[in-house]
Write a protein that binds this ligand. Structure first.
Ligand SMILES: NC(=O)c1ccc[n+]([C@@H]2O[C@H](COP(=O)([O-])OP(=O)(O)OC[C@H]3O[C@@H](n4cnc5c(N)ncnc54)[C@H](O)[C@@H]3O)[C@@H](O)[C@H]2O)c1
Length: 312
């Protein structure tokens, strides 16, 4: 069972699971962030349940693992109105954990919580390890950290089989154009300028969503139950650098691409996580942002109907 499988990363994971022959039940509430163009119905091993994870009353029969991608995921929205974040990101996880707990001990599915590097907060030098303390800075990361703590509490008290996976910023096709790279490409392709919070100097690690999903499969298949795994590329760019790379891929001079707006309250200066543990299982990222951007822009042009046929 995958939750949030119509969203950006969840849809990469569902496609890969279907292609690998897994029977997939996708539970998604279909918020504004859900994709409508995925075509999963053509797979005979695909099943869809339109539902809010807070309102599920039982797990589908025979479920062996639950991968919980379902969440409200955009920090700006969380700053403006945080109720939906508490609902989906905390109460939703609570409900799923309780549904797992309700099963017979011998029949409990593995519960995989998809978390984020943001739960650790800022680190100016070095990288956080899985054992480091959580120090979230904004309502989104606070709800994700709360969910991680619930998962650990339910593991320690009730013995639930769980894993927590904390990845850095993902990029790839199909991200809702509220997130930095998707929004930059879409705005610039439409001839608009992109907005950058503050001076854009805060640093993030950038990871291809397909690489993240490979790591999730590997952790589920070969990782330890009960453990936390960070997943990061080691490819670090400031927000302005990453957006400038996207501008160049669109063919716009970064000098003409951006409007600077007041910084977000609670802006973390730098995220960085140590991913030695997942790398010890054999995982490595296969793509870099610079390599991917050309392909990304071409896919985006096609989606927006701007493909003039003369693209490489
Ligand atoms: N995008 C990133 O860079 C990133 C990085 C690290 C971790 N994450 C985590 O990965 C997960 C997926 O992120 P994303 O960027 O793909 O998100 P997204 O916003 O693109 O998709 C979220 C999906 O979850 C569904 N959903 C939301 N609330 C739901 C609910 N209550 N019940 C059922 N479905 C619900 C939405 O309809 C949507 O399809 C999230 O948990 C997020 O915290 C994301």
């Amino acid at each position: 069972m995958v939750t949030g499988g119509l969203g950006f990363i969840g849809s990469y994971f569902v496609r890969m699971a279907l292609e690998r022959g897994y029977e997939v039940v996708n539970v998604d509430k279909v918020t504004y962030a859900a994709r409508q163009d995925l075509g999963f119905e053509r797979f005979p091993n695909y099943h869809f349940i339109k539902a809010d994870i807070c309102e599920l009353t039982h797990l589908p029969v025979g479920v062996e693992a639950i991968v919980n991608f379902a969440a409200e995921s955009h920090v700006d929205n969380a700053i403006l109105a945080n109720q939906d974040f508490f609902h989906s990101n905390v109460q939703g996880v609570y409900n799923l954990l309780e549904l797992v707990r309700a099963k017979d001990e011998t029949d409990r599915p593995l519960f995989v919580q998809i978390s984020t590097d943001e739960v650790y907060g800022t680190i100016l030098r070095g990288s956080f390890k899985e054992t480091d303390r959580l120090c979230p800075s904004n309502p989104y990361s606070a709800t994700k950290a709360a969910a991680d703590q619930l998962v650990l509490g339910w593991k320690n008290t009730y013995g639930l089989p769980v894993q927590i996976i904390r990845s850095c910023n993902n990029y790839g096709f199909g991200q809702y154009p509220e997130k930095l790279l998707a929004k930059t490409i879409e705005f610039l392709l439409r001839g608009k300028k992109m907005t950058i919070h503050g001076d854009g100097s805060y640093r993030r690690e950038w990871l291809y969503a397909g690489d993240n999903c490979e790591a999730i499969f590997l952790i589920m298949e070969r990782g330890q139950v009960g453990e936390i795994y960070n997943v990061s590329s080691g490819e670090e760019h400031s927000v302005l650098e990453a957006a400038s790379m996207a501008a160049q891929a669109v063919g716009v001079d970064p000098k003409d691409a951006f409007v600077f707006i007041p910084n977000r309250p609670g802006q973390d200066l730098r995220y960085s996580v140590n991913s030695d543990k997942v790398r010890a299982l054999g995982w490595r990222p296969t793509r870099t942002l610079a390599d991917y951007l050309k392909e990304y822009v071409a896919l985006y042009r096609k989606q927006l109907g701007l493909d003039s046929g003369d693209q490489e």
